[in-house]
Write a protein that binds this ligand. Structure first.
Ligand SMILES: NC(=O)c1ccc[n+]([C@@H]2O[C@H](COP(=O)([O-])OP(=O)(O)OC[C@H]3O[C@@H](n4cnc5c(N)ncnc54)[C@H](O)[C@@H]3O)[C@@H](O)[C@H]2O)c1
Length: 360
């Protein structure tokens, strides 16, 4: 197993690797009670292994998908934890993907005004992104993640073996965020090896080879941990780089017309769009834009927008993105690294949209 320290206050480790679940024992030693929060499918495959390390644990199941990420779920969970007798010095263990991590993390942030949480991510997306960095929260009918808190875990255990049971499409969508990290690493010339790993090992990665996955997840977590440490509560703008490709992705998602599109799939198209936009603005050369398309396709994802998307509608939705603060804002690579770019000229936007198959 490999270890990344997230240097926030207090610091914590992310343990990555095949068989990493065995590290849970050390992390939970001395704890009176461990509430394992999970979902039925995840628990069926992985709860026994996780609970072996937790002497006095109980399993709490929540529902599946975005509809389960609500305050009602938090209330239900809080009441169940209370009925079981979970106290302030006990621990919540989040076993699942980003939905479980966000719900269990937020509940831990507010239950008894804060109890410790251990994140045990079981999707690729959660291992490289959601479980690291302390963002937790639930949705409101008015918008995603509108109620939330920063609550850093006391530890994260990313066992790549748990990814074996993940449905193929969920796995591939996680690779969309992998593509994002690889491109950020390449273009900011930090954590340089990540794009090379993807380019050299794409096939073994797609086959979920545990050694390739360990290297890959480790590289992504290192990058995220580094950004998080520089801006733990998203105040300085440093963390914005992690939204590379997301302005486009959020707009496609917000259109409400592609509900069957997974987040990582939308991010993959968003990355190709962002690369082309940066090239159209003269910020990067054409070969860099092409590398976006190449990495996305090596990972088995499409760089083309779903059929029927209208350019003008998409631009309108991008303007409304909650991170755009009014205008049209992108985080784009350039000669001096990633920078915020406001209101790029229409011609550049059109070219970038056309390059992912969106007309007018
Ligand atoms: N807090 C953050 O920083 C952060 C960052 C990114 C995304 N998120 C949130 O994460 C959520 C998406 O997370 P996700 O992509 O992991 O989806 P998810 O949690 O919905 O999991 C996807 C599906 O896979 C199942 N599953 C999970 N692990 C499995 C396994 N090992 N084997 C079999 N099935 C398994 C789940 O039950 C679910 O049906 C979104 O709500 C998003 O807002 C949070």
């Amino acid at each position: 197993v490999k270890r990344v320290t997230v240097r926030v206050d207090p610091p914590y480790d992310v343990v990555v690797g095949s068989g990493a679940l065995s590290e849970l024992g050390a992390l939970l030693a001395g704890r009176r009670r461990v509430a394992v929060v999970s979902q039925a499918t995840v628990a069926e495959h992985h709860a026994d292994a996780a609970r072996t390390a937790a002497p006095n644990s109980e399993l709490f199941l929540i529902g599946d998908g975005e509809p389960a990420k609500t305050l009602a779920t938090v209330e239900r969970l809080g009441r169940d934890l209370s009925a079981w007798g979970l106290l302030r010095d006990d621990v919540v263990l989040a076993l699942g993907g980003g939905v479980v991590g966000d719900v269990a993390g937020f509940t831990a942030a507010v239950y008894h005004r804060g109890v410790a949480v251990v994140q045990v991510p079981t999707t690729l997306l959660a291992q490289i992104d959601a479980a690291v960095g302390g963002k937790t929260g639930v949705n409101l009918p008015e918008g995603k993640n509108l109620i939330g808190a920063f609550h850093q875990p006391i530890g994260v255990v990313a066992d790549v073996d748990t990814l074996r049971s993940l449905p193929e499409r969920e796995y591939r969508a996680g690779l969309g965020e992998v593509a994002k990290y690889a491109l950020i690493a390449e273009l900011s010339r930090e954590h340089g090896g990540l794009a090379e790993i993807v380019e050299a090992d794409a096939e073994t990665i797609r086959d979920r080879d545990p050694d390739a996955l360990t290297e890959l997840v480790y590289g992504c977590v290192e990058l995220k941990a580094d950004v998080v440490a520089r801006d733990p509560e998203e105040r300085t703008g440093v963390r914005a780089v992690l939204n590379y490709g997301h302005t486009f992705a959020h707009a496609v998602e917000a259109s409400g017309e592609y509900d069957d599109l997974l987040h990582g799939e939308a991010v993959a198209v968003g990355l190709v769009f962002a690369g082309q936009l940066a090239a159209a603005l003269g910020r990067v050369d054409a070969s860099t834009a092409e590398q976006h398309r190449q990495i996305v396709s090596l990972l088995g994802l499409s760089g083309r927008a779903p059929e029927g998307l209208e350019g003008s509608k998409l631009l309108e939705l991008m303007r409304r993105d909650k991170k755009a603060k009014g205008g049209l804002t992108f985080v784009l690579p350039g000669r001096s690294g990633f920078e915020r770019v406001d209101d790029p000229p229409a011609a550049a936007l059109e070219r970038a949209l056309e390059s992912v198959g969106v007309e007018g």
